[in-house]
Ligand binder design. Structure first.
Ligand code: CTP
Ligand code: CA
Length: 225
């Protein structure tokens, strides 16, 4: 018999995956968040493990069990996610940013429960840091993979984000497509590289899709460095 050791495509590589929503506190009983289930990000982390990577999963609040073999880091807010990602960034070979990061947070977190007041109808917000854009600006040898969840002109907006955030790949997701999107076990996406590759993946289970996406990304490499 031949006793060949098959080398997995991500053996010896470090992959950081972010997943889920972020949660931005208003007061002790209220918050701003979004409908991200974390399923796509958890599937990407599982795929990274299966392809042999040392995998760090940085997760916002979700109700999913972490895939076996990942190092799980739980965070709540965009600010915490930024800090956690930066802690692992210099050692990472790939960063996959599946998380649905809040774009805004309340300007102040109230220590006591806010009381309704006559005539007071708005909440003052401020922008969060764009984590992926920050990573793009700091990029040295890392491969950066972003997601774009869109409800209209998905490919145009996706390509804009690929450029403006200095990414190597973007996975574009039309969340109005009934076959995919938030909460669903299935997804349909287009994978686009900085070097001009564009591949439409038909609707399939998020776990299978994640494996196909990551395999393609690792095989194709990138011209953007
Ligand atoms: N992203 C991030 N930090 C933020 C906002 C977004 O890292 N504060 C990342 C997401 O994880 C995703 C990518 O940027 O990989 C695109 O997120 P998306 O919300 O689609 O794009 P935005 O740049 O926030 O633009 P907009 O929401 O206005 O469409
Ligand atoms: Ca956003």
């Amino acid at each position: 018999f031949f006793n060949e050791t098959v080398k997995l495509p991500l053996a010896g590589k470090k992959v950081v995956v972010t997943a889920g929503p972020t949660l931005e506190r208003i007061d002790p009983v209220r918050y701003i968040s979004n409908f991200s289930s974390g399923k796509m990000g958890y599937a990407m982390a599982q795929a990274a493990v299966e392809l042999g990577a040392e995998t760090i999963l940085i997760s916002g609040p979700v109700s999913l069990a972490p895939p076996a073999g990942v190092e799980l880091i739980r965070v709540e807010s965009a600010a915490e996610m930024l800090q956690a990602v930066l802690d692992y960034y210099s050692a990472a070979d790939y960063v996959v940013k599946s998380a649905a990061v809040a774009d805004y947070r309340p300007k102040t977190i109230h220590e006591q429960k806010m009381k309704k007041k006559e005539g007071e109808t708005s909440l003052e917000l401020e922008r969060t840091t764009d984590i992926l854009k920050t990573l793009g600006e700091m990029k040295t040898t890392q491969r950066l993979v972003g997601f774009a969840a869109e409800t209209t002109d998905a490919l145009t907006y996706g390509k804009g984000k690929l450029e403006s955030k200095n990414l190597d790949w973007i996975i574009v997701n039309d969340v109005t497509d009934p076959a995919g999107g938030f909460g669903s076990d299935e997804n349909v996406v287009t994978l686009i590289s900085r070097s001009g590759i564009e591949i439409l993946f038909p609707a399939m289970e998020k776990k299978e899709l994640a494996k196909q996406l990551l395999t393609t990304i690792v095989q194709e490499g990138t011209d953007s460095l």
